[in-house]
Each structure stands twice: as C-alpha cells, then as structure tokens.
Ligand binder design. Structure first.
Ligand SMILES: *[C@@H]1O[C@H](CO)[C@@H](O)[C@H](O)[C@H]1NC(C)=O
Ligand SMILES: *[C@@H]1O[C@H](CO)[C@@H](O)[C@H](O)[C@H]1NC(C)=O
Length: 191
C-alpha cells in the first residue's frame, strides 16, 4: 500500500510537471514580433488622412508581426475602418484578387497572420459586437510585416489582431459613423 501511494504521488507529480511544461511551451510559442521598422516622413501628397488614417512618423519604431493569435469561435480582435475603393485610404487594390471593391458590401482585410497567405480569401467570417453580427468576405490583407512605404500609403504596419472592415460592416453592427468611433473590440469566427 505504501508503494502504491509512492507511485501514485510520483505519477501526480509527473502529470503536474508535464502540464507545466506544456503551458510553458505554448507560452513560448505565443506570437511575438518579427522585427521593427523605422518610420519615414510621407512624401508630399502621400498618406491619405481624410479618414483619420495614421501616418508613419519619422524615426518612430513600429513592431512587425508574421503571426496572429490562434483562431477560435470567439477570436478577439480590433475592428478598424478601411476603404477598399480606388483612391480610398486602403492603398492599392485588394490582395486576394488585385481588384478594388465597393465599401457598401461587407468585406474585410485581416492581419497577416490571420490572412495566412490568402488561405481565407473569399471565405466569410462572422463578426460579433454588442449583440449584433455580420458575415463579411475576406478580400485583403492588413499587412503586419511592412508599412511606412508607398504600397501601404505611408501607414504603419498593421497590428496583428486587426479586422479591417468596410463601411458596410460597421453599419451592420449598428455604427454609422466609424470615422468618429475609430476602432472597437469585436470577436470573430470562420463561417
Ligand atoms: C473617407 O472620407 C471620405 C470623405 O470624408 C468619405 O466620403 C468616405 O466615405 C470615407 N471612407 C470611409 C471608408 O469611411
Ligand atoms: C460569402 O458570402 C457571399 C455573400 O453572401 C457569398 O456570395 C459567397 O459565396 C460566400 N463565400 C463562401 C466561400 O461561402
């Protein structure tokens, strides 16, 4: 009986240690910045600020990410506003199809890690906020690895937990003045 107790406690210790190692390993695997870029002053006429877009500041360091947190049925993210139209604040055409899109349909760009090399292109995601939800199609990447250049309209790299939605996404969530609101905390999941 004494032996049994000893074995049982050793087993328990082993399980605790294994769990500890497991959580330690997942903590170490958590998404970390991949680098930093230093802001340059946008050339005259660059960085379209009509929708309060953030412009890179000379000398400021911006963290870059190749990863985003793992996706669940309630992935936490920050919803920001983007224009997917030509001449809008989104810079070039959408990454998924090299086209511009109407802001009056619910479409989104996802941070690089979630965009995952385009594997979610044209899939729909459900965005939830304050008891409301909207299904929106993924058409673009919000680049977390680069920024402060012409391709990104001299805006800083995207944080790695961004769902950048068209005006239609915001309207479906009950917000008609996204430019005044700026950003909100939402959850999203894959349809
Ligand atoms: C950006 O600003 C322009 C002019 O104020 C406005 O017409 C347009 O709807 C805005 N775009 C978005 C995506 O809110
Ligand atoms: C996403 O939703 C749109 C609009 O409802 C639909 O046309 C499209 O087929 C959906 N995409 C997928 C991959 O189901």
């Amino acid at each position: 009986m004494r032996n049994f107790c000893l074995i049982a406690s050793l087993l328990l210790l082993f399980i605790i240690a294994a769990n500890y190692n497991f959580s330690e390993a997942s903590r170490l695997q958590a998404c970390r910045p991949s680098g930093t870029i230093t802001g340059k002053t946008p050339p005259p006429g660059k960085c379209n600020q009509e929708n309060d877009s953030d412009c890179c500041k000379a000398g400021k360091k911006y963290k870059t990410y190749e990863c985003s947190p793992s996706i669940s049925s309630q992935t936490r993210a920050t919803l920001t506003i983007n224009s997917f139209e030509e001449g809008g604040d989104g810079g070039g055409p959408s990454e998924c199809d090299d086209n511009y899109h109407s802001d009056s349909i619910p479409i989104v760009a996802l941070s690089t890690g979630w965009y995952n090399g385009g594997s979610r292109c044209f899939n729909n995601i459900t965005i939830r906020y304050n008891g409301r939800s909207v299904s929106a199609m993924v058409v673009d990447e919000c680049d977390s690895t680069m920024g402060c250049d012409d391709d990104h309209d001299y805006q800083p790299p995207c944080p790695n937990t961004i769902v950048d939605g068209s005006k239609a996404v915001w309207e479906a969530l009950g917000i008609s003045d996204p430019d005044d609101v700026g950003s909100i905390d939402i959850t999203w999941s894959e349809d």
